[in-house]
Design a protein around this ligand. Structure first.
Ligand code: FAD
Ligand code: DHB
Length: 389
């Protein structure tokens, strides 16, 4: 087989890149090691920046998001027993869209099918080859048969645990990492959200986040120890703990109901540099991970795709390599800003085991300053709605 761009990974990064390329007449194949249903069963991010919304529109996959997504003009920072609203729209003139990663992935898969793009699911042993030379190719196995795809470029959109980054010689890669000493225990439940906007809560018992997927579906998270076991967390125990960390008005009005998804995610910051090795590009989680507190992981995948698509379009339409040569530098500049923001939100809102009451007091002073200074609130809002591409 031959294609122009071989894409490893059918998450949001791979699907978005694939669709933009297909729309521009650039041939591509997407390979993923798991099935479509498995990918659609993963519950992940829920907040889209305007840049991501625009990218979905460009891909021609934004129609349902505009119909069913919930535009949010602000969110609440809860601490000291009260809500403090951050007026995103008033401070920046921009808003965010609450729309689940699962839905967005579904829309991109449907669009790809409708436009005849080729995808191979349940492809095993996917391996990129010779991306340092003139003839890159990807091999994979399907139903016991080995296949080879020759290509011009390989886009490694295969997430943190994927094969793309691991295929690059260690000496060619510098990575930066911070592992946080806690995780997030999250549930999804068919109950109306406790508030019409998101609540990020700092509490001496730990961080909590009230998010949603729709007017009838809530996504709630609480900070937990890394060694917690899901089996130890009944829904009742989860809701009791969540309520304790929220201002009284929310705790009292919260509607509870059985969860249909419950999982624990560890929190880490990670960046691998550079994001290009010859004909191989790393895109999205394959190159970087942020803790979820700032809602940036999915949105960074979209900005990476923006820069890479721009470079590939320049290469095929204008025979210019300038865009692909600049990809890593352009993408990393925005990545590091989001890494900084996600780290600062995480540091400000979570209980750290070793900082004690002093740490709590410092956080409260920072939060108090943040909500009483227009300059500080604007800086937070500007980062939350997303820095420009
Ligand atoms: P992925 O979505 O990880 O997609 C990678 C794809 O590559 C997958 O389909 C995988 O099957 C495939 N793949 C992997 N290895 C191979 C291989 N060897 N061969 C072929 N295919 C392969 N972000 C937020 O902003 N808020 C959140 O609340 C949030 N929650 C999260 C919870 C979890 C458990 C995780 C893991 C991430 C979460 N994120 C969150 C981050 C966000 O979901 C990611 O940033 C986003 O999915 C990145 O998209 P991606 O396409 O780069 O990678
Ligand atoms: C969601 C996740 C986040 O990490 C966040 O900051 C906001 C919302 C969510 O899953 O809805």
């Amino acid at each position: 087989m031959r294609t122009q761009v071989a894409i490893i990974g059918s998450g949001p990064a791979g699907l978005l890149l694939g669709q933009l390329l297909t729309n521009a007449g650039i041939d591509n194949i997407i390979l993923d090691r798991v099935s479509k249903d498995y990918i659609l069963g993963r519950v992940r991010a829920g907040v889209l920046e305007e840049g991501m919304v625009d990218m979905l529109d460009r891909a021609g996959a934004g129609e349902r998001m505009h119909r069913e997504g919930l535009p949010h003009d602000g969110f609440s920072l809860a601490f000291d027993g009260r809500d403090h609203r951050i007026d995103l729209f008033g401070l920046t003139g921009r808003r965010v869209m609450v729309y689940g990663q699962t839905e967005l992935t579904h829309d991109l898969m449907d669009k790809r099918e409708a436009s005849g793009g080729s995808s191979v699911y349940e492809a095993t042993n996917v391996t990129p080859h010779d991306f340092d030379g003139a003839g890159p190719y990807v091999t994979y196995e399907k139903d016991g048969v080995t296949h080879r795809i020759d290509c011009d470029f390989i886009a490694g959109c295969d997430g943190y645990h994927g094969v793309s980054r691991k295929s690059v010689p260690e000496s060619a890669l510098k990575s930066y990492e911070r592992i946080y000493p806690f995780g997030w225990l999250g549930i999804l439940a068919e109950v109306p959200p406790v508030c019409h906007e998101l609540i990020y809560a700092n509490h001496p018992r730990g961080f909590a986040l009230c998010s949603m997927r729709s007017h009838t579906r809530s996504r709630y998270y609480i900070q937990c120890a890394l060694d917690e076991k899901i089996e130890d967390w009944s829904d009742d125990r989860f809701y009791d703990e969540l309520r304790r960390r929220l201002p009284a008005e929310h705790a009292e009005s919260m509607v509870t109901g059985p969860s249909f998804e419950k999982s624990i995610a560890p929190l880490r910051s990670f960046v691998a540099e550079p994001m290009r090795f010859g004909k191989l590009f790393l895109v999205g989680d394959a190159a970087h991970i942020v803790p979820p507190t700032g809602a940036k992981g999915l949105n960074l995948a979209a900005s990476d795709v923006y820069y890479l698509f721009d470079g590939l379009l320049g290469y095929y339409a204008d025979k210019s390599s300038a865009g692909i040569d600049a990809y890593s530098e352009r993408a990393l500049k925005r990545v590091w800003r989001a890494v900084r923001f996600s780290w600062s939100m995480t540091t400000m809102l979570h209980r750290f085991p070793d900082t004690g009451e002093f740490g709590q007091k410092i956080q409260e002073a920072e939060l108090d300053y943040l909500v009483s200074s227009k300059a500080a609130s604007t800086a937070l809002a500007e980062n939350y709605v997303g820095l420009p591409y």
